[in-house]
Design a protein around this ligand. Structure first.
Ligand SMILES: Nc1ncnc2c1ncn2[C@@H]1O[C@H](COP(=O)(O)OP(=O)(O)OP(=O)(O)O)[C@@H](O)[C@H]1O
Ligand SMILES: [Mg+2]
Length: 315
């Protein structure tokens, strides 16, 4: 069963540059959360801070009553075993073949025999569709394959908290659909707590239980999927619907003049699109974190956009 991660007032800067300040959120135990945000807003820095690779300036990260940033190095090493992390660049060892890369955490953190390791590695490689590529070096396979090898390695210790930094970047649309299904199925089987950074709006709309949006040095919003997908808050609406109209500009925030010009131009925002059904586990079982479609909207007196929760032909 996954554990909750409670982040309180977290602030991180490099020199005079504050990446984000005062981030407070809880990744609920066993639920899937997605973190969105424009490039450079500090999503990767957030993941690295969660696993203790970067030290925050202020704030707490609570896991099972322990505050990670204040743990001594040795204890932190232990707590890190709860995490499975896929870094944005895959971070495979270039001189090790795929098999050894995936086996690495098992050799480092467990006393399993090579025979037991072999079984676990093959199981994970099969899961990500890489059986047969065991003997290849990372430089000899495609970017998408490296990504999937990184996934296999992140999962090999059966982590309770899974952090994926853009697992879908560089994957073709069909592989992205398989990956999303894999995430839902893994969550159903393991009840682990997931945090996924993605730029894929379709993934953000259909996979997670919760969505967060980092923008302009702070957490603009974090909450249940239906809350963000029905939100008319300008930044959230613009980002989740991939629109040009709104406060987010090409490089940074639009300035007052640009926003004024936009509102004078008479361009109207299109209506909010329907909220799609959440992706279901492929074995027909329920996920523990799953809620009936429309429940959040109903409980909060929010009328979902017209056409929401209408059965579609599965992709
Ligand atoms: N080790 C570091 N030292 C100094 N600055 C850093 C370091 N790591 C990240 N930064 C800065 O922190 C900011 C956030 O970077 P980060 O990689 O977290 O962005 P991101 O949201 O993941 O972007 P993308 O969507 O492009 O991956 C950037 O301005 C980056 O230059
Ligand atoms: Mg990043």
């Amino acid at each position: 069963m996954g554990v909750a991660v409670r982040v309180e007032g977290l602030t991180k800067s490099f020199g005079a540059h504050t990446v984000w300040a005062d981030v407070t959120l809880t990744l609920p135990a066993g639920e899937i959360s997605v973190l969105l945000g424009p490039s450079g807003t500090g999503k990767s820095v957030f993941l690295k801070t969660l696993v203790g690779l970067l030290r925050p300036d202020r704030g707490a990260i609570w896991i099972n009553d322990e505050d990670l940033p204040s743990l001594p190095e040795r204890r932190l090493y232990e707590v890190r075993k709860l995490f499975g992390v896929l870094f944005q660049d895959g971070a495979l060892f270039g001189s090790m073949n795929i098999y050894d890369n995936v086996a690495f955490p098992l050799r480092e953190h467990t006393r399993l025999s090579e025979r037991e390791i072999r079984q676990l590695v093959r199981e994970k490689l099969e899961m990500v569709g890489l059986l047969g590529a065991e003997n290849k070096l990372p430089g000899q396979i495609s970017g998408g394959m490296r990504k999937r090898a990184g996934l296999a390695r992140a999962l090999v210790l059966d982590p309770q908290i899974i952090l994926f930094d853009e697992p879908d970047s560089g994957l073709d649309p069909v592989r992205t659909a398989y990956l999303n299904q894999l995430i839902i199925d893994l969550n159903q089987q393991t009840d682990a707590t997931f945090l996924i950074v993605t730029h894929d709006i379709n993934t953000a709309r259909t996979v997670p239980d919760n969505i967060g949006l980092l923008y302009h040095g702070h957490l603009a919003m974090f909450g249940p999927r239906e809350m963000l997908l029905s939100s008319t808050e300008p930044v959230v609406r613009q980002f989740l619907n991939a629109q040009r109209i709104g406060p987010i500009g090409m490089a940074e925030e639009k300035d007052a003049t640009e926003l004024e010009a936009e509102s004078q131009s008479g361009v109207r925002l299109p209506p909010l699109p329907p909220i799609p059904y959440q992706l279901q586990p492929s074995n027909g079982q329920y996920r523990r974190a799953e809620r009936p479609p429309g429940q959040w909207c109903y409980e909060h007196g929010v009328t979902p956009p017209p056409g929401s929760f209408v059965a579609e032909v599965p992709a």
